[in-house]
Design a protein around this ligand. Sequence first.
Ligand SMILES: [Zn+2]
Length: 316
Amino acid sequence: MTVPPKKRQEFHDLLRVRYSKCLEPNECCNEEAIRSHSIQNATSQQILAKNGHVIAPRPLLGGGRAPEIEFKRIGRNQASTFEGLCARHDNDIFEPIEAAPLDVQDPQHLFLLAYRSVLKEVHAAWSSAMMLQGVFQNLAESDPSLRERPNDAGMHAVSQIINAYKCYLYKRKVDQAFLEQQHDRISHASFAYGDVGPSVAVSSLSSLDEYDLPDDVPRVALNVFPLSGQTHAIFSYLKEEESCAMKFLKPIIDAKPFDQRVLISRFILERTGNFVMSPDYFDAMSNEKKRAIKSFFVRTIFSNAPDLTSPHLYLF
Ligand SMILES: [Zn+2]
């Protein structure tokens, strides 16, 4: 899909104006965004944390070398945060799942878990678009001819702006469902495992690039968290994207419990960056398992690797 020039300009303006502002569903709030938790801090992260810390993947940045990550111990108050909502909207929107225990049978609670994953991803897509656009503008200031001919920096920026625009359109659908309290516009596939200790928590929205929709790709949110002695994994998708989502989810639904956990773990490592692990679980992993997980995570940063197998690729 290409974004028509006028729309692109409008979206550009919106992106510039609303970046760092609150992404509440009516798009009227002018309060600055605060650091919100995408993974529940009060319950999930508290269960996982040790001495107030969790383990999260962090990129190792270095001039021009191949991408690398490390699993780093970070304070749970800093883990998996995003600046997408002001304090008032963060509280108003998510109060039902922050002020009371999470109920995985409650459609509103499940909707809000998915909604938070969507807001986090939209914010991440907007941040990338702004950053790449900034890089392009800096380059074009010293070489104005870049504005006249195709070039890598310009193409990267345009492609990220298109991605941010698509994410934004997706968010608008979920915003609408939120405003109309139509929680059943998002469907869920839930899995729960009682025989594993607390190990990992995830909040993500991922595109299923292997399937096509007119002008877009389908998306699924994934939330994984420990609760009441079980590890829950909940995939959420727009009802209108159900046929694609179910094609993707069927192998997981049909698998035996251990294989389900492996498939969901691969999904986490392959398609999400926003997860945290329990330090106790991480420290108990063999070095071989740590190496396998890290190497799979890095190997799949730019493309999925369905043929890459290892007995170590499970996180819970
Ligand atoms: Zn607000």
